[in-house]
Design a protein around this ligand. Structure first.
Ligand code: G6Q
Length: 545
């Protein structure tokens, strides 16, 4: 059955006219009219507290969010995802990253088969391997213990592992050097290995398909680098393991398939950091901490699955993103973690959000007549305050912000932490309430300077607080955003789980490679710009040669 087009839904139309009223209101008035607002418009789940009171919404907005969810069949779609239905329609696949963190006794079926025992079998195998590296029991070809671990992967096979390693570095084994190579730019690989000894280095080649150009190019360079010192090809088995679904290609590379860690086609790349793609994370933080992270993911899954929508964190955050994108013309969302360990979190979220919801056709192939995914970006606080926050405060665009902070630092140092956190509260306050011309004048500011020093305010933000950065909290945070992305995708009626937009560039690059490498002048049949660029590049290369 063809669903009602979004913009024809009753709740959508109601939100449209409601937005016109809200746009005339200032957060200052809304707070003045309801002294309890700051306490009331909050929600808490697992270890995360969300203050969403500084949003341009009222109780009617929240009611309409639920009405739109009902009209969009959100709860049915959520049930379908958790049940393992093939909701990724363009790839005819189930979407079951939630099974990756399900407890051992859970039963989740794909095509009539319970997948949970397989998930735990891989986790157990990963744990045994991670322990052998951490303890030094696994030795390299020449008998030395492994001291350096390099994950080679890209996209979903890189961003999650890098982010999680940085986020949980405090919990990591400091005797091990962990590095990540993703870019096909040789500099990435060269810098990653420049001070390492192949005898003590393990490469994890992480690639679902084991055919990705960047990853395979880096893996082959790693092989050459390692064998440069180790000489014997048998050494590959001691210095390379694979995370993949493609056993044939793994074996062809020379990796012992006993040292291959598998996953399944129902795990999307950007949803795979808690599958075997997290092997580097597990080696860094140990199996127990990894399982704590999975427990955090699972706790948020259960919250999303069962909590009433009015208190459902992923629902609220997802709908707020839809609200500003579709009704306020907001083009971006800034994610601002006030925790240095989360420095790669915005980069990770860019893929999760934009590869998932950066789509312009609906599930049934119609061109949308509304905006979908906003651009996610951000930097850890307080650094961003001294660069781009100016635009958020006084620029011409509306930029909803997510502030993320913790009550306790993992590295208590003098009063650093209170200083850090005072900035979250101050920034969210300044964005919402601003500073009126009267206030600026009252400070004795010259009239001509008043407009420059005035802050309009009325700029929305979430504040997410947790006790401290732990593996559980990281799992909860990631799952919170995963499910928020899901909510947005359902409302926008798109397939959040395919990524056809990544394909075209890949295909074209493969066609161009021989044109760059050929010894004779190639017969170029691109457009005039691409042809000219290729010719110029070839001339520049010849000149240097
Ligand atoms: C993620 C995408 C994409 C993928 C990379 C790497 O959802 O599918 O980012 O993760 O292209 O793919 P491989 O793991 O197959 O190398």
């Amino acid at each position: 059955m063809t669903p009602t087009p979004l913009t024809e839904m009753t709740a959508w139309k109601a939100l449209e006219s409601h937005a016109a009223t809200i746009q005339t209101k200032h957060l200052r008035e809304m707070f003045a009219a309801d002294p309890q607002r700051g306490e009331r418009m909050t929600a808490e789940a697992c270890g995360l507290f969300l203050d969403y009171s500084k949003h341009r919404i009222d109780d009617e907005t929240l009611r309409l969010f639920q009405a739109l969810a009902a009209e969009s069949g959100l709860e049915d779609r959520r049930a379908a995802m958790f049940r393992g239905d093939k909701i990724n329609v363009t790839e005819n696949r189930a979407v079951l990253h939630t099974a990756l963190r399900a407890p051992r006794e859970a039963v989740i079926e794909v095509d009539g088969k319970n997948v949970v025992p397989d998930v735990h079998a891989v986790l157990d195998k990963m744990a045994a391997f991670a322990e052998s590296i951490r303890s030094g029991a696994w030795t390299g070809y020449t008998g030395k213990p492994i001291r350096n671990v390099i994950n080679i992967g890209i996209g979903g096979s890189d961003l999650g592992p890098v982010m999680a390693y940085e986020a949980l570095r405090h919990y990591s084994e400091r005797e091990l050097t962990m590095r990540f190579v993703s870019n096909v730019d040789g500099s990435d690989f060269a810098e990653a290995v420049h001070d390492l000894d192949p005898e003590e280095t393990l490469f994890i080649v992480s690639s679902k398909t084991f055919t990705t150009l960047e990853t395979m190019t880096n893996a082959h360079s790693a092989r050459v680098w390692a064998l440069g010192k180790l000489k014997q090809t048998e050494a590959v088995a001691k210095h390379f393991v694979a995370v993949s679904t493609n056993a044939k290609e793994v074996a062809k590379f020379g990796i012992d398939t006993a040292n291959m860690f598998g996953f399944w086609d129902w795990v999307g790349g950007r949803y795979s950091m808690d599958a075997a793609i997290g092997l580097s994370t597990m080696i860094a933080i140990g199996a127990e901490n990894f399982r704590r992270m999975l427990a955090g993911f699972h706790a948020m899954d259960e919250h999303f699955r069962t909590a009433p929508l009015a208190q459902n964190l992923p629902f609220l955050m997802g709908m707020l993103t839809v609200w500003y994108t579709s009704f306020f013309g907001a083009e971006t969302v800034a994610v601002l973690p006030y925790d240095n360990y989360l420095k790669r979190f915005p980069a990770y979220l860019q893929q999760l959000t934009m590869e998932s919801n950066g789509k312009h056709v609906t599930l049934d192939g119609r061109h949308v007549n509304y905006q979908t995914c906003p651009i996610f970006w951000g930097e850890p606080g307080t650094n961003g305050q001294h660069s781009f926050y100016q635009l958020i405060h006084q620029g011409t665009r509306l930029i909803p912000c997510d502030f993320i902070g913790f009550a306790h630092s993992l590295n208590p140092l003098g009063n650093h932490h209170d200083l850090l956190m005072s900035n979250i509260f101050a920034q969210a306050e300044a964005l919402a309430f601003g500073k009126t011309p009267e206030q600026v004048k009252a400070e004795g500011t010259a009239d001509w300077l008043v407009p420059h020093r005035t802050f309009e305010g009325n700029r929305p933000s979430n504040v997410i607080l947790a006790e401290k950065m732990t593996p559980e909290i990281l799992g909860q945070l990631v799952a919170l955003y995963e499910h928020s992305v899901f909510v947005q995708g359902v409302i926008w009626q798109i397939d959040s789980f395919d990524q056809w937009g990544v394909e075209l560039g890949k295909v074209l690059a493969v066609r161009i490679i021989p044109e760059l490498e050929s010894a004779t002048e190639p017969d170029l049949r691109h457009d005039s710009s691409t042809n000219a660029l290729i010719r110029r590049y070839r001339r520049m290369r010849r000149k240097q040669a």
